[in-house]
Design a protein around this ligand. Structure first.
Ligand SMILES: Nc1nc2c(c(=O)[nH]1)N[C@H]1C(S)=C(S)[C@@H](COP(=O)(O)O)O[C@H]1N2
Ligand SMILES: [Mo]
Length: 355
């Protein structure tokens, strides 16, 4: 079995650039919108977007269920449905800022977005199939297939049965009121609010109940916090508390450095946490912190914040950080992780203020 890729330091490789071009992020100016505008939602596609025909697609429920099921899209659309506004963030968001970094999608901070997802609560499907007494985990199988670290597999992830039964977990067929687009999992995907994005399996073709822990690649080897390659590590689950601002002013094309005029500058951004609602957002200029004004609290979706900065001429560094109701405080710098997961270190925005 081939082993993990060795961390890299310094310039981005051709492979990272190719991954970044396929798996693009949300432009940070889209933080102005609570609901990420169509086409600006970030993308993470491990292999290829699989061919999918909504007319013939079947979702199978099999394994440790009393009733095996095979449902077409029309049957699924006739079941009770709900729409939830959900913020998803890639577990690898921020990886590209770590040194050394894992060779993968080199996100800086743009691997996060919000969409309205419509679908049938997973619990409705699980109740129809009725898990057997021995069922421990529910595995979600995607239709996409490829290799990682020399191992060929379909993208698949599992949830413990109790987690899968949470009423907010959806099998979604619509995004923002329209059928799922190919890149976001058409015709069916799982949406697991509060968890990092890898749990929300796209191109969902089978739901399997199993009596033992799932040992698939993306579950047992991928998505663990590790400091050394020879440790099992801790599984990635809920999104860590995090926040961003829309960079103010206007950018330089190549460096993306910002320029603003001196005087009052409106700052705005959003904050989220998979553990508890966001309770506080602070922002800073050159390391001196103050509280931001919060918009009303949201449940599964990021919370808006704003502030007014009286900008004085010169070079300045802005930052922001959030705290959630569970008392989790976003760190200025997150602990280093071998695979680059969970980097919720505070965003820094360098700004040139002109008189
Ligand atoms: N089948 C399948 N599901 C998948 C993935 C994938 O590559 N294949 N990527 C996962 C990861 S790592 C993330 S962050 C989210 C991204 O969802 P989005 O592309 O709709 O934003 O999908 C998840 N579901
Ligand atoms: Mo991800």
């Amino acid at each position: 079995m081939a082993s993990r890729r060795a961390p890299i330091a310094g310039r981005y490789t051709a492979e990272e650039v190719a991954l970044a071009a396929r798996n693009r992020g949300m432009p940070l100016e889209a933080l102005r919108h609570e609901l990420t505008p169509p086409g600006l939602h970030y993308l993470l596609i491990h292999f290829d977007i699989p061919p999918a025909d909504a007319g013939t697609w079947r979702l199978r429920l099999h394994g440790s269920f009393k009733n095996s099921l095979s449902l077409g899209l029309e049957e699924i659309r006739r079941l009770p449905s709900t729409t939830l506004r959900v913020t998803l963030e890639c577990a690898g968001n921020g990886r590209g800022q770590l040194a050394p970094r894992y060779p993968s999608v080199p996100w800086l901070e743009e691997g996060v977005s919000t969409a309205d997802w419509t679908g049938v609560p997973l619990a409705v499907l699980l109740e129809k199939a009725s898990p057997r007494e021995a069922a421990k985990e529910i595995v979600f199988h995607g239709a996409d297939r490829g290799f990682d670290a020399g191992v060929e597999h379909h993208f698949a992830r599992s949830l413990a049965l109790a987690e899968a039964m949470r009423h907010e977990v959806l099998v979604a067929y619509e995004m923002n009121g329209a059928p799922l687009p190919p890149q976001h999992g058409a015709p069916l995907r799982l949406v697991v609010p509060r968890w990092y994005g890898m749990a929300s399996v796209k191109w969902l073709q089978a739901i399997e109940a199993i009596d033992r822990p799932f040992d698939g690649f993306q579950q047992a080897r991928g998505y663990h916090f590790r400091r050394r390659a020879d440790e099992q590590g801790e599984p990635c689950t809920h999104m860590r508390v995090n926040s961003l601002m829309a960079p103010p002013g206007i950018p330089d094309f190549y460096t993306r450095r910002r320029v603003v005029d001196a005087g009052e500058v409106a700052l705005a951004g959003r904050a989220w946490s998979g553990s508890a609602p966001v309770a506080r957002v602070e922002w800073s200029v050159d390391g001196s912190w103050q509280d931001a004004v919060l918009e009303p609290a949201r449940d599964l979706c990021w919370r808006g914040w704003r502030a007014v900065w009286t900008a004085t001429p010169g070079e300045h560094e802005l930052a922001c950080r959030a705290t959630d109701e569970a008392g989790n405080v976003q760190p200025l710098d997150a602990p280093w992780d071998l695979s680059g997961f969970g980097n919720n270190g505070a965003q820094r925005v360098h700004v040139t203020v002109r008189p």
